[in-house]
Design a protein around this ligand. Structure first.
Ligand SMILES: Cc1cc2nc3c(=O)[nH]c(=O)nc-3n(C[C@H](O)[C@H](O)[C@H](O)COP(=O)(O)OP(=O)(O)OC[C@H]3O[C@@H](n4cnc5c(N)ncnc54)[C@H](O)[C@@H]3O)c2cc1C
Length: 456
């Protein structure tokens, strides 16, 4: 029977392994940590349910929905509360709800009259004229105007990538926007056309943000349950060699080295780990340049408050802070507004993110310093004057890969290696997109390509 090795039990590797198991292939997953899930880490402490890494999974296709059904997670699933539909963006030191309809857009104080008129000119703006790779910021300034960049895109990118729109590549970080302009010229007209097409073809899917009653960790736990002994934890893959088969050398928790052979290998580790894998004679240091991909540090600070100490209604998903405003935080999620049972009775959980490419040094502060920094901002933005009654801080020293201008050369390195080494497949958040749903799609892609290879 054919056997496939998967390196890394984050959501990318787990999805790939599970899909192949379903297709009847024998798999073996190697994970260097002592639990599966990678960046997905849920912790229960003092009655709070804290996500140390990602907080929400966005289901954007029926396939995602079916995946969760197949994992028997339907009954555990919780959708973001409709009460949390507002997304607050900060302007003039005030959180303002982002407009959700054309009428709200015309009325919102978030953008000036001039900015609104500029945005309405979008359908008349021509396509990008030359072949140079454009930054997200240049693209938005060109098509939508600088206020939309400063007060919508800048905070949004701070919240998703913990990154800088001036540096991110439109083509690689936001491929859908890139394609929209390429195929339809106007983002507004293109979106209307696509919406109508999907409606006609009955393929319209209403995207929704979800978690699970016991937190996001339920997802890797369910996959790991089905994979059973096919996952080896505390197994650090160090060396990869090739003769007739692929030989994987890995060390266990005692430092003992083991060797196993496989028909194919999937690497689902991050771009920070790939350059550390030793490919011996297969290729010396093939992924050296991937260490150039910037992964800024981010601190995630979960804080519990007594409800009565929060004057703001917290009637939304959370708030995002543009770099032009006089604050240090990137944004705050209103966890208790989003999902039930995130805090003990009469208490509320908020999670704030600090650091990223904007202020990497802030992420490295001590928990006490972070508390002061966060409270200074929350006291102005949400009017909270009391100290939190609970705090759980997590530092991600290399949080999220930045798909900056020139990211294409890293993708080319990966593709060239795969071409030269049939049977070795590479995925993960350095290549396929950074969100959990991108990683699930990447897991599916990896499993399909591997199955195709095994059939040859
Ligand atoms: C603070 C934070 C908040 C986020 N928020 C969200 C959010 O709300 N929504 C969202 O969609 N996304 C969010 N993301 C992004 C998302 O969580 C990640 O992009 C995604 O989880 C990456 O999954 P992955 O499987 O590609 O990699 P990882 O989760 O990093 O998994 C890779 C695994 O490989 C293992 N590994 C590495 N080297 C080896 C080796 N040599 N041998 C064996 N194992 C190895 C690692 O231990 C790890 O478990 C967030 C990320 C962070 C850090």
């Amino acid at each position: 029977m054919k056997e496939v090795a998967i390196i890394g039990a984050g959501i990318t590797g787990l999805t790939a392994a599970w899909k192949m198991q379903q297709a009847g292939i024998s798999v073996r997953v190697f994970e260097k940590r002592d639990q599966p899930g990678g960046s997905i880490r849920t912790v229960e402490e003092e009655g709070y349910l804290i996500e140390e890494g990602p907080n929400t999974l966005q289901l954007s296709t029926q396939k995602h929905e079916n995946f969760l059904k197949d994992l028997k997670l339907e009954n555990e699933l919780v959708s973001a509360s409709p009460k949390a539909k507002n997304r607050f963006l900060v302007r003039n030191k005030t959180p303002l709800a982002a407009p959700l309809s054309p009428l709200q857009f015309l009325k919102t104080p978030l953008f000036s009259k001039k900015a609104k008129c500029r945005l309405l000119m979008e359908p008349f703006i021509p396509r990008h004229r030359d072949d140079t790779e454009e930054s997200l910021a240049d693209f938005v300034r060109r098509r939508l105007g600088h206020e939309v960049l400063d007060y919508a895109i800048n905070p949004f990118v701070g919240g998703i990538y913990a990154g800088n729109p001036e540096k991110l590549s439109l083509k690689y970080a936001f491929p859908k926007l890139y394609q929209l302009e390429k195929n339809h010229r106007s983002l507004i007209l293109g979106s209307i056309k696509l919406y109508r097409k999907k409606k006609r073809e009955r393929t319209l899917y209403k995207t929704r943000s979800i978690s699970f009653q016991s937190g996001l960790q339920a997802l890797p736990t369910a996959i790991a349950r089905d994979l059973g002994e096919q996952i080896t934890l505390r197994a650090n893959v160090q060396k990869i060699a090739r003769s007739e088969k692929w030989k994987i050398s890995w060390s266990d928790h005692n430092g003992e080295i083991h060797e196993d052979c496989f028909d194919a290998v999937i690497s689902a580790v991050t771009a920070t780990s790939l350059p550390f894998l030793d490919f011996g004679t297969v290729s010396p240091n093939p992924f050296k340049n991937l260490s150039e991909i910037v992964h800024p540090p981010v601190a995630s600070i979960a804080m519990g408050f007594r409800k009565k100490d929060i004057p703001h209604d917290l009637d939304g998903f959370g708030m995002l802070v543009p770099s032009s405003e006089p604050f240090q935080i990137l944004g705050t999620l209103f966890n208790s507004s989003l999902f039930p049972h995130r805090a003990p009775k009469d208490h509320t959980l908020l999670t704030t993110f600090v650091g990223g490419t904007r202020t990497p040094e802030n992420a490295q502060l001590s928990p006490e310093e972070l508390q002061n920094l966060v409270m200074k901002d929350l006291s102005v933005l949400l009017g909270i004057k009391s100290q939190p009654v609970f705090q759980h801080t997590t530092l991600w020293p290399q949080a999220i890969p930045q798909y900056q201008i020139g990211h294409g050369q890293h993708i080319a390195t990966i593709q060239a290696f795969e071409k030269e080494n049939p049977g070795f497949f590479i995925g993960g958040n350095g290549r396929d997109g950074i969100s959990l749903s991108h990683c699930i799609d990447a897991g599916e892609r990896l499993s399909q390509e591997t199955l195709q290879f095994l059939k040859q």
